[in-house]
Write a protein that binds this ligand. Structure first.
Ligand SMILES: *Cc1c(COP(=O)(O)O)cnc(C)c1O
Length: 468
């Protein structure tokens, strides 16, 4: 056996090449609470549950207890009563896929004929595209405002009516609380009211907002189970719930809806199989860690962390309004912001988001580039730079603002490199360059049906360089 010190050193060396996961310099992927004592709580929980198999809560009864507590706490912060039940999953994608599976199976039980359909805004998370692809549903995409990223309730309801004209109602409608790209809240109350009357399943994707909105100052619009038309909600513990990766919750109004998520079979010569979620054997470490974090923080702890995040968001938003040629998309409801070139200025005074992301990166902060999108109504959603703010953003708000101002001054009036079709092959062969603006502009310009293969080539080249 290799010396354990040596193994530890190797892992440390690999981690040293990663961007910093603490401190607020990576403005996506990681959610830093800024409380070192919570990290210790997590480490102890993971250690205690390492050998457990979450596959069978009848054998490992601890698993059932932890899950029950997490579901109860999640239900209490999403306005649910005893009718609301659910499961802990491995992440937002699994929660969304399972909600689609349950809605589809409930729709199929009604035996209406035709293909089950998901109706959702273009801003809904790709997890629903994945669910449609995996589970055989059709997608109807509803455009949002190109100026503000907001969905009109009337446009959504017209799309629902049109989808039903073939004779069958959609299997489900998906709305976001809020959406990831622009951080904007969909008109959930308005749509829920009509869908309740029509008896159509409404899934609210609160993967990103579910642990912010309950305490965010000034939220007056409804989004949770207090609206009778909301059928299911996904909410990620491993984002603003501050649990380590591998934990999310999916909640349903009504046990029958939840049961439709299960898979069970006795048709093999082995043990009787019943899986509430997608995985079979599964780690209980993320479950235990999420339980430990939620117990440590409690509602009061989340309120405190949300107050810090909201304060930082206010500060950064007001600094942004002073940057010429750059503007926010719409009116973000929480801590997710998208920056676009401000159309009120001539191109010579605009800040290109792709160039901004590269220039901010040279100043020590990682933002996310989001390509423009052509919608079915002919409008274009703008290319943007995405920021996910957290409690620790308060500590670096000054530095981040300086980086945004400096980067904007550096790139103002310049346009991102033109799309270069040869670039995709070059990147697949040589890996990603330091400056990503050209790659993003090229991906943005690819026809929608060619983008997936290009993306697969890029990522496969990173994971498996021999394939280049
Ligand atoms: C993150 C996210 C998801 C998917 O979650 P994963 O945990 O990344 O699988 C779904 N919806 C929204 C709005 C999200 O932000």
């Amino acid at each position: 056996m290799t010396d354990t010190d040596d193994i530890g050193a190797q892992l440390k060396a690999l981690r040293a090449a990663d961007p910093p996961t603490h401190g607020g310099r990576v403005l996506s992927y990681v959610y830093d609470h800024g409380r070192p004592e919570l990290d210790e709580v997590v480490a102890a929980a993971v250690q205690a549950f390492l050998p457990v198999n979450g596959l069978d809560p009848t054998t490992f009864t601890s698993v059932a207890v932890l899950e029950r507590d997490l579901v109860a706490f999640s239900r209490s912060v999403t306005g649910g009563d005893e009718e609301v039940v659910g499961s802990v999953t491995s992440g937002g994608t699994e929660s969304c896929v399972l909600a689609v599976k349950a809605a589809r199976d409930r729709w199929l039980e009604r035996n209406l004929g035709g293909t089950p359909t998901i109706v959702m805004p273009t801003t809904a998370h790709p997890a629903f595209r994945k669910a449609a692809a995996y589970l055989g549903l059709q997608l109807v995409e509803v455009p949002v405002s190109a100026e503000t990223g907001t969905l009109s309730a009337a446009t959504m309801l017209a799309a629902v009516a049109a989808a039903g004209e073939g004779g069958t109602a959609p299997a489900l409608v998906v709305l976001s609380a809020p959406n990831y790209p622009f951080g904007v809240l969909d008109p959930i109350a308005e749509v829920a009211e009509v869908l309740a009357d029509l008896g159509i399943w409404l899934h609210v994707d609160a993967c990103i907002g579910g642990w912010l909105l309950p305490w965010w100052p000034g939220v007056t619009r409804g989004w949770d189970f207090r609206l009778p038309g909301v059928t299911s909600i996904s909410t990620d513990l491993h984002k603003y719930g501050y649990a380590p990766k591998g934990a999310s919750v999916v909640l349903y109004r009504g046990r029958e809806n939840h049961r439709a998520q299960y898979f069970a079979t006795a048709a093999w010569p082995g043990y009787p199989v019943v899986n509430p979620t997608l995985l079979g054997s599964r780690s209980a470490t993320a479950l235990a860690a999420a339980w430990a974090v939620t117990r440590t923080l409690g509602a009061a702890g989340y309120a405190e962390l949300v107050a810090e995040t909201a304060g930082a968001t206010d500060r950064i938003r007001s600094a942004l309004t002073g940057i010429e040629g750059l503007s926010l998309v719409g009116d973000p409801s929480t801590a997710l912001l998208a920056l676009r070139a401000d159309p009120a200025f001539p191109p010579a005074r605009q800040v290109d988001p792709f160039l901004l992301v590269d220039a901010v990166r040279r100043r020590g902060f990682l933002l996310q580039s989001q390509p423009a999108l052509h919608q079915s109504d002919g409008t274009w959603l703008p290319r943007t730079a995405h920021l996910t703010l957290t409690p620790v953003s308060a500590r670096i708000a000054g530095e981040l603002t300086e980086a945004l101002v400096g980067a904007s001054n550096e790139v103002r009036g310049r346009s991102a490199p033109a799309p270069d079709p040869a670039l995709v092959q070059r990147v697949a062969a040589d890996g990603l360059p330091e400056e990503l603006a050209g790659v993003m502009a090229t991906l943005e310009a690819l026809p929608k049906d060619q983008a997936p293969a290009a993306l697969v080539g890029l990522l496969a080249g990173v994971i498996d360089p021999d394939a280049r």
